[in-house]
Design a binder for this molecule. Structure first.
Ligand code: BGC
Length: 746
């Protein structure tokens, strides 16, 4: 593949993204480069190889291998960074060995998977994205960085920005969903939150955008599987969120496990050097994923570890995570000239510069502050923000006048395998989160209602087995209640890494439990816990109300209770399509029309692009989510009908809160380019605005975009817009919206 330029994140939305504090940690780079070079001059080959080697400690394990001798390796100067090591004493001990017992006293970097919070755990990332609130997302990473640095860390393996259109893939829980525009804004927000205004502060961390690249598109949704897509799809849909992180100044990049068009990311010189370094001007360091360097052998592009190391380093990898490959192979490779010493020096320089930026050479124990550790973790402020974030991430999927729980309900039954499960509240990648500190749904409801309500509980069944024996008892509990809250979904291990599923309906016998409870005829609200979109058409048909809560983290139960009881009006909208069935996958909103689009009046018409046995439409479309109030949209007004190439296109609507409570609405703008040089999606998100509208009031919303925001990759891969006709949609989700048209005349 050739080098291409990428779009800058496209749209200017009035109000929303006014403030973007760009960090430019590269400003002092030349000074640090010089300092690093002065150290490199003193280094032996072994010491250089040490700097490009990263090992896990034995404190926790996030992959298949571990070296018991990692401490000896540190002592021998053979380690540049350590991961899965935190808490001040633990980190200080390891750092002490590096700076006091090695010849050059070079400090270690300490990394960890701080994915949705460090100790105070926030909702899983897919849930956070459902808030569409980039300011909240940024703040959550700021808090995560404060807590992580208070426990010795200075590097996080986040943000994960892989666009994903296949909910079978378990790692969709870590990302922002299926949309590139939203995903790019969230990516940049996360980098800003982690890295703050300066990496030299003691509460900011070096971020690591991952997994580069296109890890979110494995065939069949099976983790680690092959990725094969057109160059256009890669540029248009998958690459922009990584580039947004680079533009926001991200300090490091992690390669992905997958191959792209036949070349594994970890040995992909086009990806790591031509694109990332040369085109995007990325100046931080590149680390492999967990032994992804060694995996070049089973991938079948290297016959042994030596060749794998040669390929990876020459492709642009600077640091080997846990592979012991650079450690064991680089000496010979450099001596034989297969890897030049200059290439190794470049890698070492990038890592040393990161250490300078973090201030580790000034004070290697900078992040080892017992006072901070005692005072800055899980503070009441962090927890109260987490609670607020839980409520903002909840998505009301259905509501037949059932929620909020009526004040008249005197006896409430909380039923289901996820009603009181601390283990399942944090979600996968819970970092240093503690299960025992997590608030379950039952606890959250108790905290909310105190003794004013008689609370009954029953488990009914397990999450994922065939045992029906608890259902009768759950039904008799339900019969005693005025209102039932039914907590269903996946356990936390059913999404995340190496957690792909071919069946994404409710696992086990939970649907049987749901049917039995709903058949009591009592008012029932289902509360869903899950790390991916689920295919739940039957539940949708039967249940009077469904609230999607993802895995909310430490404050899950409290935040959900705030929504259930109406203290917070839900405003989240899903950022990944919920399919009707697995057979529809991949199903996403910005699809193509095809030459034989479905006939909406006759969806099963022969010789159209449809199925014999399923509609094309999903259960819930991208951008969907209800509120306890209702909103009505006026027709769209444009400032003009046709525009010159540099003119502003201003689209306005009036959104009225027509219900009886105040509510937040996420107003969404989509555009369709009707005729292109290549086929264009039926709709693309180009802007959104989250607004609080008081009951009875009307908000005037306007979006400003420019023709250049409608650019795309042409047949020759040039990136520009075409004059011509466009459709513009504004509405409450990707399918329910008002429509108008405009044209661009030059
Ligand atoms: C995951 C990465 C993670 C790394 C270190 C890998 O298995 O793919 O996302 O950062 O482990 O824990």
């Amino acid at each position: 593949m050739k080098n291409r330029r990428l779009p800058i994140v496209l749209l200017l939305v009035t109000i929303m993204f006014a403030s973007s504090c760009k960090t430019k940690p590269g400003d002092v780079a030349s000074l640090y480069n010089k300092k690093a070079d002065s150290i490199i001059k003193l280094m032996t080959l072994d010491e250089k190889i040490g700097q490009v080697s990263l090992f896990t400690s034995d404190m926790s394990l996030t992959g298949p291998t571990m070296r018991n001798d990692y401490i000896d390796l540190i002592r021998q100067g053979k380690v540049g960074a350590v991961f899965n090591a935190y808490t001040v004493d633990f980190v200080r001990n390891l750092q002490k060995i590096a700076v006091e017992e090695t010849r050059l006293h070079i400090p270690l970097i300490f990394g960890y998977d701080v994915i949705h919070g460090h100790r105070t755990i926030f909702p899983i990332n897919l849930g956070q994205a459902a808030s569409w609130d980039t300011a909240m997302i940024e703040k959550s990473e700021r808090i995560a960085a404060i807590e992580a640095t208070a426990e010795g860390l200075n590097w996080v393996f986040a943000p994960m920005v892989d666009i994903a259109r296949d909910p079978r893939w378990g790692r969709v829980m870590e990302g922002a969903g299926e949309d590139t525009f939203l995903g790019s804004l969230i990516s940049a927000a996360r980098v800003r939150g982690f890295q703050g205004s300066s990496l030299s502060d003691n509460n900011t961390v070096l971020a690591c955008v991952k997994h580069f690249a296109a890890y979110g598109a494995p065939q069949g949704g099976r983790d680690y599987h092959v990725v094969d897509m057109s160059e256009r799809s890669l540029y248009e849909w998958y690459l922009p969120p990584y580039q947004a992180a680079v533009d926001a100044g991200v300090g490091s990049v992690m390669t992905s496990f997958n191959e792209i068009a036949g070349v594994p990311a970890t040995s992909n010189r086009w990806l790591l050097t031509d694109l990332l370094r040369d085109d995007w001007k990325f100046d931080g360091f590149i680390v492999t994923d967990y032994s992804s360097l060694n995996e070049l052998i089973p991938h079948g592009v290297a016959s042994d570890l030596s060749q794998a190391s040669e390929l990876a380093m020459n492709a642009g990898v600077d640091m080997d995570m846990q592979g012991s490959a650079f450690l064991t192979q680089l000496t010979d490779l450099v001596k034989s000239g297969k890897v030049s010493e200059e290439t190794l020096d470049n890698a070492v320089r990038r890592i040393l510069v990161a250490k300078y930026k973090l201030g580790l050479f000034d004070d290697p124990y900078k992040y080892c502050d017992k006072k901070r550790e005692a005072e800055e973790i899980m503070t009441p402020e962090h927890r109260s923000f987490a609670r607020e974030f839980v409520a903002k991430s909840c998505v009301l999927l259905k509501n037949n006048n059932t929620l909020p729980v009526p004040k008249s309900a005197r006896t409430i039954a909380v039923i289901g395998p996820l009603a009181d499960s601390k283990m399942d509240m944090l979600g996968f990648w819970f970092g240093a989160g503690q299960f025992d500190k997590a608030v379950t749904l039952v606890e959250g409801i108790k905290n909310k209602v105190g003794s004013t309500v008689n609370l009954l509980t029953a488990k009914g069944c397990n999450v994922n087995d065939n045992d029906l024996s608890g259902i009768n008892q759950a039904v008799s509990t339900a019969k005693k209640a005025d209102f039932i809250i039914l907590a269903l979904g996946e356990n936390f291990m059913m999404s995340g890494e190496a957690a792909s599923r071919t069946d994404i309906s409710l696992p086990g016998v939970q649907m049987e439990l749901a049917e039995a409870i709903i058949r009591t005829g009592k008012p029932v609200a289902v509360v869903l816990f899950n790390g991916r979109p689920l295919a739940i058409p039957k539940l949708d048909k039967m249940a009077p109300a469904i609230l999607e809560t993802w895995f909310g983290g430490t404050e899950a139960g409290n935040g959900i209770a705030d929504v259930l009881f109406g203290d917070v009006n839900p405003s989240g909208k899903i950022t990944m399509t919920f399919p009707l069935n697995v057979g529809q996958i991949p199903i996403f909103y910005n699809s193509k029309n095809t030459g034989r689009p479905i006939n909406r009046e006759n969806p099963y018409e022969k010789f159209k692009s449809n199925y014999l046995d399923s509609p094309n439409t999903p259960l819930y479309p991208f951008g969907y989510g209800l509120s306890y109030t209702t909103f009505s949209y006026s027709d769209i007004k444009l400032n003009k009908q046709s525009f010159g190439g540099t003119e502003q296109i201003i689209a306005s609507v009036e959104v009225k809160n027509t219900g009886d409570r105040d509510g937040e609405e996420i107003v969404q703008l989509y555009i369709r380019d009707l005729i292109g040089d290549v086929t264009r999606p039926v709709k693309e998100l180009k802007g959104f605005m989250k607004v609080l509208i008081r009951k009875g009031e009307t908000a005037s919303i306007s979006f400003t975009i420019y023709p250049k925001d409608l650019s795309y990759y042409h047949q020759d891969m040039s990136y520009s817009y075409d004059p011509g006709d466009f459709e513009l949609f504004i509405g409450t989700n990707s399918t329910d919206n008002k429509k108008t048209e405009f044209s661009i005349i030059d």
